[in-house]
Design a protein around this ligand. Sequence first.
Ligand code: AMP
Ligand code: ZN
Length: 473
Amino acid sequence: MDLKITNTLMREKQVFTPIDPSNVRLYVCGPTVYDHAHVGNARPAVVFDVLVRVLRHLYGKDHVTHVANITDIDDKIMIRAKERGVDIETLTGETADIYNADMAAIGVNRPDVQPRATGHVSQMIAMTERLIERGHAYAAEGHVLFNVPSMSDYGQLSRRDRDEMIAGARVDVAPYKRDPADFVLWKPSADDQPGWDSPWGRGRPGWHIECSAMAAEHLGEVFDIHGGGLDLIFPHHENEIAQTRCAFGHARMANYWMHNGFLTAEGEKMSKSLGNFYTVHELLEEWPGEAIRLLLLSAHYRQPLDFSKAGLREAKTQLDRLYRALENSADIPTEQPGLMLKNQNDAAVDIDHPREQYILEALCDDLNTPLAISRLHKLATSLNSDDRANPAIKRTFLQGAELLGILSTTPSEWFQGEVSGISPIEIERLIAARSNARKAKDFAEADRIRDDLKARGIELEDGPSGTTWKRAG
Ligand code: AMP
Ligand code: ZN
């Protein structure tokens, strides 16, 4: 089945054709780790996690390379570390661990590679040198700048005209810039700021070069898909394209560019600067991770999505219904390939589609998650009816849930979680928090978490490949 995706670069929905089907490669811009991720930051993580699940289904699980970075050097990080009186490694290490635990709790699989910017500074320096050699960048007063007029087709992704591009820069153009649109590849660090030695003195990289260098290192000079939130189209992605294309001389950096819409709170973009946000971490205290995930998938990824507690409650109710259907359904025989949905008296199921593709097909149409979720509900209706023993329907239902990344536990765990007040996802989150505490040598906190779980009837067992849990008794 063809996968169609909306390519921001071409402004149209296109059939996805990978460069190499045996290794489909995508890069997604990850978080800047100075504070807990808000639920808006979780939207790209969840959306691209679904895309990766679909790609693995279509091309094979070992034939996809998903890279999503962690930005661990940035002015906001430097300011926050100073405020807290810790070094940046401590701040970013802690924040990245919490980010990963939060994402795991909402069903986001870890990317195959999660590069950190500070681990790739030599590649950033090498790329900057290359851009200077090729006449696309220049050093001035300890800075290195990319010279925008040196690239004749700069601006293809955002399609802004020059006035719009320099609108922000015009009032206060740094005197060392040859052109107001030029942007920073490298900047000097003061003695009390983090920095690396470079041919231009001690300094640190600009944000855009970080992603160009990490993507090239792990995916090559040209790859398939690049993703991120809508706010990154300009200047971040435009500048990534400029750097990578000018450094390597190709017509493209990535063939497909995908952008998720904003999560809003009462109509405004959810952001830390506006202060109108919920962190994933705090929501997980109260809500199962799957409810957060289902809410994030309830609108098409390109549309804005308004976040509310009422929406979370609705998502939770939907999950109760889906888990109930799973509970009511009969066990399926393990091997019954090729079964098709039959034309049963339940008109809810669209019988024209072979069962295996019923939900996949919705996702292959530019990740139409609202349609996929409504189809999952139709299948649930069937599983609650005379069709409860139809293995084809159940298999399709399970496969759809797997692609969406929900129903990852059993109905008894899901409902039991409610009774004992703790869900399996919450348990996993606490296990991750305990492991972070142990890494930070905070054994009192680690023991507190273990004892707290024990008091709630959950026993932990530490083994060579991590910690497992079971309900006591
Ligand atoms: P940041 O940590 O701000 O660099 O953002 C990490 C990712 O979250 C980027 O892909 C952003 O585009 C995305 N993002 C930030 N705020 C929102 C929001 N309110 N809705 C959707 N995506 C967002
Ligand atoms: Zn990026």
